[in-house]
Design a binder for this molecule. Structure first.
Ligand SMILES: Cc1ncc(COP(=O)(O)O)c(C=O)c1O
Length: 328
């Protein structure tokens, strides 16, 4: 009891700020507190967070050898050179808050898609917009609908709001989401956009965090949208390499689902977690697909020709190796 009182005294804020926030001494972070679970909404503990693709640096740190990442469908040719130039030109203005209305990027996008500007909304990637839709429309007790085997964030966005989840076959969506993460090669900058009826966009804007699209991302995206050459080069490389990878998979006798995107679902018929770990040890990061209910499949991004060769060589060794427990 006395200890609790002493703790209570110790965590008294040092200073009350004029805007009502308080500054706490840092040792507060190391002290025993009342269980956090009492403060959390009851559905919070049921959420299984989205596991992002393993970063290259993490694998290199853990395994001590170089790795390539074919796990998150990024553009293997890198960002648009014109986007890089736009970022460089903007760098000395990063002390300023971004344009919360994203005027120039929304203008460029509305012209590109032949829409009114009030039909376009920006997000820190499309994941931000998926969460915004859930925040705008759902509350505890509602039912959110997503399609089976769709991107996992749809699921967590619904669950975060305390809403029930229904997974159905594919449906039409009234909000179209696009991203600059893939063919434009700007995944790390986090920029995407949504297009829909002006009334829907207005409802989303009321809930949107005002600076969700940062200034470097906006500048880069305006330039990337205009860089049709980079887009064409990326698509051409993807088509050529997709053909190469699928032909090699056929020769290897490994089954895959035909794809029109920049990634392939490969069914090795073996435990996907084991294949994932074995491929990691070969320096190749892919995605195990158990989370999406494909326990014997991995998803692999179509990379550069060199990446793809490295992946195929690694896969050849993995599928011919005896099955035994592998760990990282
Ligand atoms: C279907 C789908 N939606 C959204 C995303 C996230 O993209 P962004 O980088 O725009 O958040 C991904 C990422 O791979 C995806 O596959």
């Amino acid at each position: 009891m006395a200890r609790d009182r002493a703790q209570a005294r110790a965590v008294r804020p040092r200073k009350e700020a004029p805007h009502g926030l308080a500054f706490y001494p840092l040792h507060f972070l190391h002290m025993r507190r009342s269980p956090l679970s009492e403060l959390l909404p009851p559905w919070s503990s049921r959420i299984r967070p989205y596991p992002p693709g393993k970063p290259i640096e993490e694998v290199e740190r853990e395994l001590g050898h170089p790795a390539i990442k074919l796990a998150s469908n990024e553009n293997p040719l890198g960002p648009s050179p014109r986007a890089l130039e736009a970022i460089r030109n903007y760098l000395d203005r990063v002390h300023l808050y971004p344009d919360g209305n994203g005027y120039y990027l929304r203008k460029a996008l509305s012209e590109y898609h032949e829409l009114e500007m009030n039909q376009v909304i920006l997000g820190a990637g499309s994941t931000d917009l998926i969460e915004l839709v859930a925040k705008t429309f759902l509350t505890a007790g509602d039912e959110g609908i997503t399609s089976q085997s769709s991107f996992y964030i749809y699921r967590t966005a619904i669950e975060e709001m305390g809403a029930g989840l229904t997974a159905t076959p594919m449906r039409d969506f009234v909000l179209v989401l696009r991203t600059f993460s893939k063919v434009h090669g700007l995944a790390g900058l986090r920029i995407g956009y949504g297009m829909g009826h002006a009334e829907l966009i207005e409802s989303l804007n009321r809930i949107r965090s005002p600076f969700n699209a940062n200034s470097l991302a906006q500048a880069a995206a305006v330039a990337a949208l205009d860089d049709r050459e980079h887009v064409a080069r990326s698509i051409e490389s993807n088509l050529k390499e997709m053909k190469f990878v699928t032909e090699e998979l056929t020769l290897l006798g490994v089954r895959y689902t035909p794809s029109v995107a920049n990634f392939l679902l490969i069914d090795t018929g073996r435990d996907c977690q084991e294949d994932f770990v074995r491929l990691l040890h070969e320096g190749v990061i892919v995605r195990p697909m158990r989370l999406y209910s494909f326990p014997t499949s991995v998803r692999v991004t179509v990379g550069t020709h060199r990446d793809n060769e490295q992946f195929l060589e690694a896969l050849r060794r993995v599928v011919t190796a005896p099955i035994r427990a592998a760990r990282i």
